[in-house]
Design a protein around this ligand. Structure first.
Ligand code: PSU
Ligand code: MN
Length: 311
């Protein structure tokens, strides 16, 4: 079997050499989730949030057929400015590497790369899930399957209401993925800190999340954990305001016949326009918040593993 060549940024290579805690970050949010230059600014702020919390950020992407774990400043900027970058999920990653392509990694593909690089914790904004109308379109993100099979803990702000949240929870339950709300009972809903759904599980501190990650592996269970961290109160857009906007965007997507991987980017772009950019401010605040929590979990995970090794 050939091993996958990974290209580490100098910062990530140094962190690996010293066994420092590392947090993986995805890149589809940069290329398909936000416009330039806010995407670059956000990516840098998210990386700095991880550093300020005492861990090392590793933004993951494929550039000219090379799988990068950690992007230096110039590469991050190139990616943020690039047009027509491929969106890579589990199905696309190998073809992109084989053909020398460039692509941004979704949650699923980022989990695969993080695991290959020995990184257990990953921060993002929102995951993919079961789309509204999935009973007709069958549009269910590969992110859910990935959470069921790849042992990475993903910190998100819950799922966007562009998805069918009850169906998304049902599929995650079927797949055996722990969905853990951080510090509250209600499932966070991305732009809104809470929803009318209760989260299946709740944990109140980073150490418990790290211990649960270890316990899952000790049980021999494949797959990761999904941590849903509520958006900070001052940045939230109440559900009553965002719901009609999401409904408009969803109707437009259907009327235009938008399908498959184009659905999520189309909806995000329309919601950005329809909220006159307010959705973006909220999005930035919540990703930074998730990066901080992910860094704390990564630090706890290292401590737990070290004390486990001493026992
Ligand atoms: N949801 C968001 N913002 C995003 C995405 C999802 O709120 O940027 C991106 C993530 O990279 C996620 C991907 O993994 O879209 C899911 O796409 P799909 O539904 O096509 O699997
Ligand atoms: Mn899809």
């Amino acid at each position: 079997m050939t091993t996958l060549p990974l290209h580490f940024s100098p910062e990530v290579a140094a962190a690996r050499a010293k066994a420092r805690p590392i947090v993986a970050l995805e890149s589809t949010i940069i290329t398909h989730g936000m416009p330039y230059p806010q995407n670059l600014d956000t990516a840098q702020r998210v990386e700095n949030a991880v550093r300020d919390a005492g861990a090392i950020p590793a933004t993951i992407a494929v550039l000219d057929g090379q799988l990068h774990v950690g992007l230096d400043e110039a590469r991050l900027e190139t990616l943020a400015r690039a047009q027509n970058v491929a969106k890579l999920s589990r199905a696309d990653l190998a073809v992109c590497l084989a053909t020398g392509g460039t692509g941004a990694t979704t949650v699923a593909a980022t989990m695969i790369a993080a695991h290959a690089a020995g990184i257990a914790i990953f921060a993002t904004g929102g995951i993919g899930g079961v789309h509204r109308g999935a009973e007709h379109s069958f549009d269910i993100s590969a992110d859910l399957q990935e959470l069921a099979q790849t042992p990475v803990t993903v910190v998100c702000a819950g799922a966007k209401a562009i998805l069918d949240l009850p169906k998304t929870l049902e599929v995650l339950e079927t797949l055996g993925v722990p969905v853990i709300a951080y510090g509250q009972d209600s499932l966070p809903a991305f732009w809104s800190a809470s929803s009318d759904l209760s989260a299946p599980l709740r944990l109140d501190d980073a150490q418990s999340i790290a211990r649960a990650h270890i316990a899952r592996a000790a049980l021999g269970l494949p797959g990761g954990q999904l941590v849903a961290n509520p958006i900070p109160a001052e940045a939230e857009i109440p559900a009553a305001e965002i719901t009609p906007i999401i409904e408009n965007a969803t109707r437009e997507a259907a009327a235009k016949g938008i399908k498959g991987k184009a659905v999520t980017p189309f909806l995000l772009d329309r919601i950005y326009t329809l909220t006159e950019g307010r959705s973006l401010d909220a999005n930035i605040a919540l990703v930074v918040n998730n990066a901080r929590l992910a860094a704390k979990i990564a630090i706890c995970l290292d401590k737990e593993r070290q004390s486990g090794a001493r026992r």
